[in-house]
Design a binder for this molecule. Sequence first.
Ligand SMILES: C[S@@+](CC[C@H](N)C(=O)[O-])C[C@H]1O[C@@H](n2cnc3c(N)ncnc32)[C@H](O)[C@@H]1O
Length: 309
Amino acid sequence: MAATQSTPAVRRPRTLDDVPGWFPPLDQVLFDWLLDRQQSAGMRGDLLEIGVFMGKSAIFTGQRLQPGERYTVCDLFEGDAPDDANKAESAKSYSALTRQAFEENYLSFHDGLPRVLQGPSSIVPDEVPAGSCRFVHVDGSHLYEHVYADIGAAHDLLLPDGVVVLDDFRSEHTPGVAIATWEAVINRGLRPICLSTQKLYATWGDPEPVQAELLAMVRARKDCHLSVQQAAGHRIIRLKAKGTQAPPFPPSRHGDSIPAEPAAPASPAASAARPARPKAPRSRARRLAADVLPPVVTRAIRNARRRAR
Ligand SMILES: C[S@@+](CC[C@H](N)C(=O)[O-])C[C@H]1O[C@@H](n2cnc3c(N)ncnc32)[C@H](O)[C@@H]1O
């Protein structure tokens, strides 16, 4: 579908925090550190993100693009998913998404767009040259067959010491990503660099030099839990946020011209991830009533109370 299709009004972001999405501060720290490390080591290569949603991680990653490098992103946006399961997932979690919303968000922070591929991620290998990328973020479909193929594409598109990041590799609702991820580690030569709560960072190169530097970086910080384990011959560096601050990120071009408003939750899943508001403790009489009265009566009392509020 055309990028210019009319869409519901999108709130213009003043800061990256205003862009709906799923990109926690610790992952921002890790993206920043890994991309910066590649740059400092003189590594040049293209960037790729599969699954951009409203652009949160894409906007962040685009900030690290160096002269001469290309940045490609791929998403279904409002287009058709390749199969029913993918269609259902998109309708449930990303119904507000349009290409226009992504592009407007992106252009709020950058002067130009990345190359935008609209369609299923299976089109990526025909569009991005093999061996051209230094960093690939796989954050699209959560279905096993798609993630399996995305990992295969990342393998072919990455430079020898390039980094792939696999999102949602252990979320409760994404077993297909978990299976495809650990299968790649066990059978397809993928070597973990580290894990955050949400993402696995890995390479088909040698993870040891980057792991050594990463450990030094993390040990010098006080805002990140660290544990190091061995599993199936792999060193697994597990990181967990401890009040981690996101790296500073320049404000959008809208700056202070728009009054601050809290970002809307990205989806029911995002709202579900938020800590629940603490409930007032129930009195002893209410606890007792809940224990002895039939559920239909307790429900009626609750509804009457709610109506009275
Ligand atoms: C979890 S969201 C991406 C989050 C985003 N990276 C961020 O920072 O907020 C997943 C995205 O993948 C897209 N997607 C789902 N299935 C896809 C497929 N088969 N090919 C390409 N993109 C897909 C969805 O449209 C959605 O925008």
